[in-house]
Design a protein around this ligand. Sequence first.
Ligand SMILES: [Zn+2]
Length: 714
Amino acid sequence: MVEDILNDMNPNVDPCQDFSQFSCGGFMNTQEIPVDQATTDYFNILYNDNKEAIRSIVDPLLGKPPSPTSATTKNDETDASQANLLKLQDLYSACMDEDTLAKASRQPILDQLEAILASFPQKTTTTATSGSDIPVNKEVLTKALAQLLKQGLAGFVDIAVITDLVEPLVHTLNLKESGLGLPSKGYYKDIKVVQIYEDTIAQMFQIVLGDEDVVTRGQPFMDTDVKQEWKDAAKDVVGFETQLAAIGTELVDQYDPIKANNPRTVAQLSNLVPSIDWALLLAEILPRGVTNTRPIVAQSPQYLTQLQVILQTTTLSTLRHYITWVAIKGFGPNLGLPYRRPLQFLKAAIAGTSPDLLPIRWRECVTVVNTNLGDMAGHFFIQKFFKGNSRHAAISIIDSLLQTYAQIFPTLSWLDDPTRVGAIQKINAMQKLVGYTTSGPDVASSISLQSYYSNLTISKSDHFGNQLRYAVWEKTREKSQLDQPVNQKKMRDPPQTVDAFYDGQSNHIIFPAGILQPPFFHVDNPEYLNYGAMGVAAGHEITHGFDNIGRNYDYTGRVKNWWTNETEKAFNEKSQCFVNQYGNFSIKGPDGKNYNVNGQLTLAENIADNGGLKQAYRTWQSRFQSDPSGFTYKNFKLPGLEKYTPDQLFFISFGRLWCSKERPEWLMQLIRGNAHPPWRFRANGAVQNSVEFSLAFKCKAGTPMNPIKKCEVW
Ligand SMILES: [Zn+2]
């Protein structure tokens, strides 16, 4: 471990000049970005490790499957464990079986398209031009949209069941904008990417819908094989999506829970978007026996108003092309290799990876397992890799951070009394989920998991069918929650996930088992290392409860303003400092030009990073100072790291969290549509504001990492 830390560093760089280079320069010089990936960092490295772990569980050909739950437990549990393992192996094997996929050719997606487009006028399934000037018919549009939604595909709108924004124990329907095939709206202004996108659509149309199956005819598929009608159809799709991108709500506003809370009745929606039959749409997408009695929360009424204008001027043929593309883009990756190849080229172009390399299939299939049966696989994952007292030690770190927060609120002079009361109430009510879900399903129980997934049928020889059945099962499961209370104990992600979360609607901080490992955490590490990493991560998630987004939720998870005007004003002024600071960081894009970080879009994460670092340091210091003998808290010296003080090592441990090496395309994707700034700025931005950092490294005032002006909220 000491060696890992030293290898990641570049001690020749002055930490006061560029802390990211000091703590990660070695990492950047020695780590290679995996050929099939856009970036490498500790999140990806651990996630790749976890994928290997899941593979060792679900791949029957590897010959070392986990033993079923131990014989000391009940037989029912053993039986369920064995059945679950088989189900996982079947899902994985079907995905790996390229021969069977190839034999099925394009037929599975043609069958699916027939169902989705059933409401369209007949005999035009494979003709690109029919209906070129007929305006969209309401019933045709509504039924096709419903078919998409039932199969987990979203068109220009998506309807999901969410926790109600003002009643946190009640489910409600949420109407969101959706339907872009590129990662975010900014991409539609990138001529190069848009051209590749359009070519991909045309190629996929030819492969899936062309008269002749160009894949099985024995010659390689060439771009010249694409007929003009499919090129025109692809242009239609891109034109339609470009219109959607232009009316798309900025992400900053999408994340704002007050702006996103617009309850609308079906009658009101019918006024906003008369081109859709909303009553029919709901009747089509809700499972039998489930009724919706509440208004639907529209994320952006403004988007809906403008969508109506677009729909009015869209022809039937454009709509058919668009819906066809949504289905092909969603389910095409489940076809045999030659049929899915253009989609892989597109993905490579966006990620900046080599288009000639085939993605590593077992990794793709583990992703399928993690998506379709994530908690079932997670059961075996935690049995194998989440043992001993890790959980207990991680919880004690999180609890110590929660305590620190409860102590700091009374000391902050810019918080007035009523707001302080709200903040203390909120921190005292904050709950944590650590490791895995214990209810609905209980990931520790094979019987519970077997029952949870019992309605999801998995075939050993039908990958495409498995994916379709999963999509329908998942949407039915989601919509069926409408009648049920919210289960606040359910983690959204399976335990093998390498990430942590704050959920404002339940006021929970969430740490899946996947992140509770080095470099974030190890039970045997000295505390200065654990607090510099896992402690900062815990502080980061807690701070999210009080950032510019999370502060809009009260202690119960309701969207409610518990801030006085005066304190709100102080908060906004303090926040603006971060907007300016991070907005000055820039990266080089794939075109060699500089692009600045969006300080407003990344504000919540930056507030969380800064609060997390500061409060984790404070927590660690007070434990360290209270226990100079090291009898209670471990802060022993590590051989090889003697030249650094414990304070310095705390910050070095923090810096390592953000070691990364990225393709410019990845940085661009972050800048265009991610709430986080590029990792290097997460390290440097936070230490620039840390007085303790500058003291630890004796940085002179005015050096790049110790600017005179410092930003601070929490
Ligand atoms: Zn965050």
